[in-house]
Design a protein around this ligand. Sequence first.
Ligand SMILES: Cc1ncc(C[n+]2csc(CCOP(=O)(O)OP(=O)(O)O)c2C)c(N)n1
Length: 331
Amino acid sequence: MTNPTHPSSAAPEIDSEQLLHMYRQMMTVRLFEEQVNDLYTRALMPGLAHLYIGEEAVAVGICEALHRDDYITSTHRGHGHCLAKGAAPDRMFAELLGKEAGYCRGKGGSMHIADPASGNLGANAIVGGSAGIATGAAFSAKHLGTQQVSVCFFGEGALGQGLLYEVMNMARLWNLPVIYVCENNLYNEYTHFSETTAGEILARPAAFGIPAESVDGQDVRAVYATSRRIVEQVRAGTGPAFLLCNTYRYRGHHVGDVSRTYRAKQEEQQWMAERDPIKLLRDWITGQKLAGNAQLDAIQVQITSEIDAAVEFAMKAPYPAVSQVQEDVYA
Ligand SMILES: Cc1ncc(C[n+]2csc(CCOP(=O)(O)OP(=O)(O)O)c2C)c(N)n1
């Protein structure tokens, strides 16, 4: 297991309302993703999906530190980013099922959801593909003087993409308000990252003079406290930053990857038992007596019914008309 580099003990105080909000958000992502898996296994969802289960603290902790009009760009594993930034589960499920009510009118599916109203410039099926978009958004924010910050989420697999280095170079030269967030869940598809990524990850942004640090991506309090500090600095004009979040995906690379012979079952079980982000926050909240188990259970019941209602909405929603098949198609 990866060692946490920023234990929560060093983090500033976070008020209980915010902790409960992050608990809700992580639970929403978890239950949303469980339903996606269910829809896939019941053959109700076309295509594949890459589940974010296990990584919830990264998206939630970082988005908690952002304003609604700050930008994010996302990846093929993007549902968690999208929900954490403020998208509605019913329109997301509608998109996954190819329905007109979806965020892309049913034409994008799991890997292309964008929600400009919440600052989400989109998921991206191309590994590393959103780095240019996030950096461009930061360029525009800087030149328009809007004070917006842009966050680029990507997996460690994107460290093999040249585009990332071109844009980090520009971001440093032009002092752009962009934060590169590397989610290292240890695997790049079916290969351990140590077989695809040479040297130290943090040495790469350091080569451009971009301040870089790492955080325990299972500890939402640490992710939030670290990203709040970084966001404040970047918003104040210090230029780009890089945050490495050490995390783990519980499920397969995608919903169809069920056997996962490339990693040990014991490793999976250890992360789930010892480093589950929702359990860690729950234990903290109850340990500090900020809320009791009954209140946290009630939150889970409420979110379960919200997610069920969102699935029902999407199942009943109409498909786009055949006459719309060529609308919104740009390539
Ligand atoms: C340019 C490009 N190359 C290859 C792929 C195929 N592919 C899809 S996901 C993936 C692995 C991505 O790993 P990582 O970036 O670590 O993200 P994770 O899946 O672990 O979240 C690959 C190689 C792709 N989508 N785009």
